[in-house]
Design a protein. Structure first.
Length: 505
């Protein structure tokens, strides 16, 4: 393989050698035959030598030029899209930063990134991913005029440099427009099914060196992703502060994961039909040395983004099982234990194998495990979620759809999943029974759950009125402050023991 590109070198040298030897042999003879005068012959020989050197020089130039040009193309061009690659982009940016300062020019750097590109690659294969990258590259070329510098800087990321003649306002408008158009202006299913996010920063307002420009644009891109993707965001100073804050929180979270410094609380679930505690949901807590209690809503999302969620989940499962064992809480006292599972973890085979071992070891004595997965996450990745769920169902683990009502799942898709339970999101319960909309939605969810023979848990039940309304419409399991707040295992133990001794509440 290594010789494939250099093989012509031997051929070229050999051809040159043969031609040169033939030339020397025959041209000498021809000159001798033509000129008998020794002075004329000498001059002819000199002229012949000079011609030979000239021809060799031209040949050398042509060969070197072609080779160096090919090398340059190979080094600076992205072979997939035909656009300049990262190296070319960085060189151009460095140059623009240098000349920009000297000539007082302004321009913007934009980084664009296809949302959920890894999912597309995983689900539809790399060739589909490549196809999309080529289409996006072409589309950018088509939508922007040639004054824009467009590069494919690696993976699913594209880099743009705006022409320096454009005003900042025009550039901003153009970029917002572009972000919105790239995927939607082409009647192609693959493109229409995807979105992209973009982040930009301005020279010299936001940064003055190539590295800083790239960093600030990257921060702006992170913000666009963080705000829900499919948008364009500009760098500003405030952003730097929030990002630094997030980085520092991420660092502390990494420490906490390392030390497994999490606490667990359990929120029991009450069945209004049997008047018994039928299960509990385990909820993780993180006590930060300076910030105090950081709500899981903040750090779970962070753990997901920073690739730490699997370890958090493992820690929660291990700890919960150990605490239940130590408290002597078995299936009689607590029939079911709900564990929140990030869809990322559900799709991660290694962690799931590990959890399987942990749960299998104690499956007889333990409350039955139920994994709660949010509705949106489930629907985003239906095929893979489905097969992961099926393999867990065979091992006696149930599934519940968390925060139900906030996503857009259809009955036909829900029917596909091996589910045991739906949890109606707290936002629908909150204003019951007064809010007409919420009342209708809740009733619809309950009717749908009945059709699919699913249990329903109402979460965030805070008042007697809410509970009565839910019960009247067929919801029997309640979780919320009205019944019990999340509590440490010792308190849960006391609560369950008391309940066992008091037959009817
Ligand atoms: P969630 O799964 O929807 O959990 C229910 C949240 O509602 C909990 O908040 C709980 O304390 C709160 N809650 C329960 N009853 C009431 C009520 O009557 N009124 C009000 N206002 N709130 C109530 P928490 O513990 O802050 O958890 C927030 C979210 O963090 C959870 O929402 C869940 O999505 C996530 N989370 C918590 N623990 C874990 C975990 O171990 N793993 C993962 N992946 N996510 C977790
Ligand atoms: Ca939950
Ligand atoms: Ca929930």
């Amino acid at each position: 393989m290594r010789h494939r590109f250099t093989r012509p070198a031997g051929r070229i040298a050999l051809t040159y050698l043969v031609i040169a030897l033939l030339w020397i042999a025959f041209s000498d003879r021809a000159a001798e035959a033509l000129f008998s005068d020794s002075q004329l012959l000498n001059r002819t020989q000199t002229l012949k030598g000079a011609l030979f050197v000239l021809a060799t020089a031209l040949l050398l130039y042509a060969l070197m030029h072609r080779t160096l040009h090919r090398i340059e193309v190979a080094v600076l061009e992205d072979s997939l899209t035909g656009l300049p690659n990262r190296l070319a982009f960085t060189r151009e940016l460095t140059l623009r930063c240098k000349t920009g300062l000297a000539r007082d020019q302004r321009f913007t750097v934009t980084l664009m990134d296809i949302d959920h590109f890894t999912d597309l690659n995983d689900e539809q294969g790399h060739s589909r991913g490549d196809e999309l990258l080529i289409l996006v590259g072409r589309q950018l070329r088509r939508l922007l005029n040639k004054d824009w510098y467009i590069a494919h800087i690696g993976g699913d990321e594209f880099g743009l440099l705006s022409p320096s003649g454009l005003s900042i306002q025009e550039t901003r408008e153009r970029l917002d427009w572009l972000q919105n158009r790239v995927m939607r202006s082409h009647n192609n299913d693959l493109m229409l099914s995807q979105t992209l996010s973009a982040g930009s920063c301005e020279f010299p307002k936001d940064a003055r060196t190539d590295r800083d420009m790239m960093r600030q644009a990257d921060m702006a891109l992170s913000r666009a992703k963080h705000q829900g993707r499919d948008r364009h965001s500009f760098y500003h100073e405030e952003l730097k502060r929030t990002l630094l804050e997030r980085l520092s929180l991420a660092k502390d979270l990494r420490d906490a994961v390392e030390r497994e410094a999490f606490t667990l609380v359990y929120q029991p679930q009450w069945s209004v039909s049997t008047t018994q505690w039928v299960g509990a949901e385990v909820l993780v807590r993180w006590h930060h040395p300076d910030r105090g209690w950081v709500p899981p809503d903040q750090f779970i999302a962070l753990a997901e983004r920073e690739g730490m969620i699997h370890r958090v989940t493992k820690c929660v499962v291990e700890k919960a099982l150990a605490e239940l064992k130590q408290a002597g809480l078995g299936r009689d006292a607590l029939p079911s234990l709900s564990i929140n599972l990030s869809h990322l973890t559900l799709l991660d085979t290694n962690t799931m194998t590990l959890l399987r071992h942990l749960i299998d070891q104690r499956s007889n004595t333990l409350p039955k495990v139920m994994f709660e997965i949010t509705e949106t996450a489930t629907m985003e990745n239906l095929d893979r979620t489905l097969s992961a769920m099926q393999s867990w169902r065979q091992r006696g683990v149930d599934f519940s759809i968390d925060d139900f009502g906030t996503g857009y799942s259809s009955l036909s898709r829900l029917k596909l999943l091996p589910l045991k339970e739906l949890k109606i999101d707290r936002s629908f319960i909150m204003d019951l029974p007064g809010d007409q909309n919420d009342a209708v939605i809740t009733q619809a969810i309950l009717a749908m759950a009945k059709t699919l023979s699913l249990n329903v848990v109402a979460e965030g039940v805070e008042t007697r009125e809410q509970s009565d309304f839910l019960r009247a419409h067929g919801c029997n399991i309640m979780q919320g402050y009205y019944y019990a707040k999340p509590m440490p295992i010792q308190e849960l133990n006391v609560l369950l023991t008391q309940a066992a001794n008091t037959p009817v509440r």
